[in-house]
Write a protein that binds this ligand. Structure first.
Ligand code: NAD
Length: 298
């Protein structure tokens, strides 16, 4: 008698998709430069010297440099007041060479997040955190999407995973990941359930899902025994366990049951970064107007 060898899930790698996206962005940046005489500009505002957020910042600025986007940073002291931060943002809003603004999170605890978010011009809010962009997403209009949520659905679309008509479960209801991912899946015609910390029967919901997007920040929250055979799993989580980067899904057990799964690292992460660049070039193009618009009268 031969033992049955489990068929392991296909890995949905974000890296190769990110390479394609960055190549397209490079071309768009070159034509923007040729048309306007300047490179599109992204400014990252960082308050204080929080180590993890600096690493993320460096990654963003490196990817900007690779595609010809002018990445700048504005560093404010740990002690910066809400007034200083919002004044900085208003100045960046008014600067025509700044096409996109990202404020690195987390902010010091004394600063009201809402006051800072409200101070960003929605037209430059390329990570979709302003209420105007959240509202546009909610209504199905064309605003800026939070890059991680965008990546969690785009990795499915670009990997040829069918979403329409599928039952999807999103674990996590944050404004930056879980909820926008759920709205995007609804937009793709999935039937979506959003689970969170107070969900009574998480395993029951997950076990019925064709697509499971996990964005909880809780390593091992989902494992293979919870999944419906053949489910597609998008692991958005980023956690460090024993010095290793892991997601929210127990990868080894999940890949024996799922039909496809995003690895951590190498899944959603690289795509998030690349999509942010597409948001930036779109913001830049919108701010200077369409390519075929007539030159202003002199
Ligand atoms: P968050 O802490 O703001 O939200 C977590 C959500 O998960 C909450 O809605 C909470 O209710 C839910 N949750 C937590 N524990 C749960 C449990 N045991 N059962 C059910 N629901 C639970 O986090 P966030 O900012 O939305 O980020 C989520 C994860 O995504 C984190 O691991 C974060 O590091 C990661 N992340 C990844 C990227 C990327 O590019 N891949 C970007 C941003 C965030």
């Amino acid at each position: 008698m031969t033992a049955t060898v489990p068929r392991l899930a296909r890995h949905l790698e974000g890296g190769p998709i990110a390479v394609e996206i960055r190549a397209a962005v490079s071309e768009d940046v070159a034509s923007f430069l040729a048309r306007t005489g300047r490179a599109p500009g992204l400014t990252v505002v960082i308050v204080g010297r929080d180590a993890p957020s600096t690493v993320y910042l460096e990654q963003i600025l490196r990817s900007c440099a690779k595609v010809g986007i002018e990445g700048r940073r504005v560093e404010l002291e740990d002690e910066a007041t809400e007034g200083t931060i919002t004044a900085t943002l208003h100045a960046l809003n008014a600067d025509p060479t700044v096409d996109g603004i990202i404020v690195q999170m987390p902010l010091p605890g004394t600063i009201r997040l809402r006051a800072v978010i409200d101070a960003i011009d929605p037209a430059k809010d390329i990570d979709g955190i302003h209420p105007v962009n959240a509202g546009l997403l909610r209504l199905g209009y064309d605003g800026f999407l939070p890059a991680t949520a965008h990546a969690s659905v785009e990795i499915l679309r670009r990997s040829g995973i069918e979403i329409e008509g599928k039952d999807a479960v999103v674990i996590g209801r944050s404004a930056v990941v879980g909820m926008p991912a759920a709205f995007l899946l609804v937009r793709e015609d999935a039937t979506v359930t959003v689970c969170h910390r107070r969900t009574a029967d998480l395993a029951g919901h997950v076990g019925r899902a064709d697509i499971v997007v996990v964005a909880a920040g809780h390593p091992g929250l989902v494992n293979g025994s919870m999944l419906k055979p053949g489910a597609v799993v998008v692991d958005v989580g980023i956690n460090v366990v024993d010095g290793r980067l892991v997601g929210d899904v127990d990868f080894e057990s999940a890949r024996e049951v799922a039909s496809a799964i995003t690895p951590v690292p190498g899944g959603v992460g690289p795509l998030t970064n690349a999509l942010l660049l597409t948001h930036l070039i779109r913001a830049a193009e919108r701010q200077v107007g369409p390519a075929n618009s007539p030159a202003p009268a002199s």
